[in-house]
Design a protein around this ligand. Structure first.
Ligand code: IPE
Ligand code: IPE
Ligand code: MG
Length: 263
């Protein structure tokens, strides 16, 4: 018996699709995009879209738990998002910290282990504190790992790993000849994160926007024409059913000849 409660079922009564265990992604990367457009479409300021996005995140995490996905990484604030208006940046800083506090009881109830990936410099201290509190208070949970990517950038992560490796080489702890792909992985923000299997972006934009560059080398990409605040777990389940039918080859190839046609 798990000491954690399962998320409440979806209000529609929809149930999780039956899929083989090996058809379930191990690591789902989420680019939660389209909050501003969702709000502006309704004559509301962009910030109202971010508020709605909180519900969508918890809904999608519920759907991931229902499916048995072990790792979800959610892009909440990129290293490029500092370019936004000071008012939106301030809102997102306060809001991200508040989400971490507000959802902490649910993280504990559902067995969510929270991790933070991202750069420390520039990020508001209040946000770091609340991310680290959530990390500490959920460290023994084992239903799912939710990595909150805040002040995260894929290039920043790789560049920071390069700096740390260079330092270790200089100090004699690392031999240049021993730097393999696995070794680079160990210097990333969250070394234990497996490769991304399913990279899901909402809002219709078809780009990575600097998310999980190293981890997504062989991810299946899915771009959904739905704005993030409109997401719910049923959309995730459909995406995973689609993913389950993809043929992942990782560079390999096999004959799959059509039957020979007669003259
Ligand atoms: C994603 O929604 C949330 C963050 C980047 C924090 P956006 O704010 O990018 O919304 P759009 O893409 O402008 O609609
Ligand atoms: C990516 O969305 C970042 C997050 C979802 C946090 P953006 O809205 O910032 O990306 P671009 O500007 O469309 O590439
Ligand atoms: Mg956007």
């Amino acid at each position: 018996m798990s000491r954690f409660a399962p998320p409440p079922p979806h209000p529609s009564g929809a149930t999780v699709p039956a899929l083989d265990r090996d058809a379930i992604p191990r690591h789902l990367a989420l680019v939660m995009d389209g909050n501003g457009r969702w709000a502006n479409d309704r004559g509301l300021p962009r910030t109202e879209g971010h508020r709605e996005g909180e519900r969508a995140l918890m809904e999608v995490v519920a759907g991931a738990i229902d499916l048995g996905i072990p790792y979800v990484s959610a892009y909440a604030f990129s290293t490029e998002n500092w370019k936004r208006s000071p008012a939106e940046v301030a809102f997102l800083m306060n809001f991200t910290g508040d989400v971490m506090s507000r959802q902490l009881p649910t993280f504990k109830e559902w067995g969510i282990k929270v991790r933070w990936a991202g750069r420390r410099p520039r990020l508001w201290k209040s946000v770091i504190n609340r991310l680290e509190t959530a990390e500490r208070e959920t460290q023994d949970n084992d239903v799912i790992t939710l990595t909150m990517c805040v002040n995260y950038g894929g290039r920043a992560e790789i560049a920071d790993a390069a700096v740390a490796m260079a330092r270790d080489v200089q100090e004699g702890r690392l031999m240049p000849g021993s730097i393999t792909e696995d070794m680079v992985q160990r210097y990333l923000d969250e070394p234990q994160l497996p490769d991304v299997d399913l990279f899901l972006r909402s809002s219709g934009e078809q780009r990575l926007s600097n998310f999980m560059l190293w981890q997504s080398a062989y991810a299946e990409m899915m771009f959904l024409d739905i704005l993030w605040p409109d997401m719910d777990r049923r959309v995730l389940w459909r995406a995973v059913e689609d993913y389950a039918h993809r043929n992942r080859r990782y560079g390999g190839a096999m004959d799959q000849m059509a039957p020979a046609t007669r003259e």
